[in-house]
Design a binder for this molecule. Structure first.
Ligand code: ZN
Length: 316
């Protein structure tokens, strides 16, 4: 066993203990002592340092091991040094994830900008009026999932049948994950490539996912994943990605800065002081954009006045 693999495993053990100690210190609920996991629970191993292995674009060659491991690349590797790799096993087979160090792209000058409001009814509303419908991947597969889960529950433990049904279920899980992540990749790439400045809310997804009735929809939407994709894709494309304080983005009027209180059920924003009537999410996306435009300073609390000033300058 190469030394690096052992180091990688030790690092994961260290992570588990660090997380345990952190939870212990924070005193929020159960600390959860790290469990011993049987060999069936392990789905991955990796190399922290890329030494003792070579990759020539087709095969992995390990030092001291004859032959090589054929790899099917699903896209071209970017130019740069490979720093680490992780081998993962899932329902279909093994895959390897390579980490490559590349030079940072130079920032583009800002001429196009967009604010993005994430939601459940529609996945995202852009401040220029473009709407991304919610794909609701897991919701759509719910029935198929239920049927397989029931079949699994009927199987005798340790039987061949149970193993087969379990594999079928994990294939379905994999299918759902892949469909969702493909969609997220495509949408975030489109946004990162077509705008120079991208503003989104700084969401507390973990806190929101505790919502009694919306939790499942929030998980299914994967906002957190979308935001992280946007941020790294923007960096790669040379555009600027900024998150803003989500406070009052849906309540504030994007036309005059007045606070117009409304519940989640109210889908239209109509302002009594300036007469602006637009979709609730569109209003929020405009607020998010106005929080950054002109100043480039995220998390500024008093952007209501500035929003009004910016609008005045734009109309005069
Ligand atoms: Zn108004």
């Amino acid at each position: 066993m190469p030394l690096c693999v052992q180091r990688w495993t030790l690092r994961r053990l260290d992570d588990a203990y660090k997380a345990f100690l952190r939870r212990l210190k924070a005193r929020t609920g159960k600390a959860g002592f790290p469990r011993f996991r049987g060999k069936g629970c392990w789905g991955s191993f990796g190399f922290n340092e890329f030494s003792g292995i070579r990759f020539d674009g087709k095969r992995f060659r390990f030092r001291g091991v004859p032959g090589g491991l054929r790899v099917h690349l699903h896209r071209e590797l970017p130019k740069g040094k490979i720093c680490s790799c992780v081998f993962t096993r899932d329902a279909k087979g093994w895959s390897v994830c390579l980490q490559v160090r590349v030079e940072a792209q130079e920032k583009r000058s800002v001429s196009t900008s967009v604010g993005i409001d994430l939601g459940i009814k529609v996945f995202a509303y852009q401040s220029d009026g473009v709407i991304l419908p919610n794909p609701r991947v897991a919701r759509k597969a719910e029935r198929r999932m239920r049927i397989r889960q029931r079949a699994l529950a009927r199987c005798k433990r340790g039987s061949n049948r149970r193993r087969k049904v379990k594999a079928e279920l994990s294939r379905l899980h994999r299918k759902i994950t892949n469909t969702r992540s493909t969609w997220l990749h495509q949408q975030s790439a489109r946004i990162a490539n077509s705008y120079d400045l991208i503003a989104a809310e700084d969401l507390n997804v973990k806190g929101m996912a505790k919502h009694p009735t919306l939790a499942r929809s929030i998980h299914d939407a994967s906002w957190g994943k979308f935001i992280s994709m946007l941020s790294y894709k923007a960096e790669r494309a040379g555009s600027t990605f900024i998150t803003v304080n989500p406070r009052n983005t849906s309540q504030r009027c994007s036309g005059c800065g007045e606070i117009v209180p409304k519940t989640l059920a109210v889908r239209t924003h109509s302002c009594p002081s300036c007469g602006l009537v637009i979709d609730r999410d569109h209003n929020a996306s405009l607020n998010i954009l106005q929080a950054v435009v002109g100043l480039g300073q995220p998390n500024v609390a008093d952007y209501g006045k500035r929003a009004a000033r910016n609008l005045n300058e734009a109309t005069n």
